[in-house]
Design a binder for this molecule. Sequence first.
Ligand code: CA
Length: 222
Amino acid sequence: MRILVVEDEPRILSFVARGLDSEGYVVDGAPDGAIALRRLEDVAYDLVVLDLLLPRVDGLTVLRELARRGVETAVIVLSARGDLPTKLRGFELGACDYIVKPFALDELLARVRVQLRRRDELRSDASVLRVGRLELSVTRRQARLGELAVDLSEREFRLLHHLAVHAGEVLSRERLLADVWGYHFDPGSNVVDVCIRRLRKKLGANAPIATIRHAGYRLDAA
Ligand code: CA
């Protein structure tokens, strides 16, 4: 877990950095907004702790720029400015939390944990694709159909995932060969059919894969 602390006051920067470091995070510091934006271009941080009153580029501008770039890194504002309009402006620009200085280090650490946990939950959700009763876990390379959980080979998983992403559409063998196997020619074998047969066998009688005669295969969302 890598955290960027943007803070122009060296004393506060080192205090926060030491606290985060003791929790096992990798910490980088940036003394102004311009350096922060450059760092954020180069490194995919898990979280940013952002002061608002900064030299060169202020914190609100940093938030605005991150939103413009589509960066989704969680940002906790840590500022001496505790007035409501500034707070609201911060949230509006995408900050996920706001702590007013002076602050307790333990509170900052607790809030950092909350944000990182929330992000992990969102991520693990995004790695599961659900179509009807079928669930595909990208991280586990596993399919679940109701109570049944089956491990899939890399190829089986990619084929089923591709059908699931295009659920309800008929995908031809040629298209599956191109999209899943990367073949842009007819390999003269029935690799697609063989792989589908294996998937059906693993998923059992309720496998939601339909054969569309002379057209291809379709994953049904039932
Ligand atoms: Ca400052």
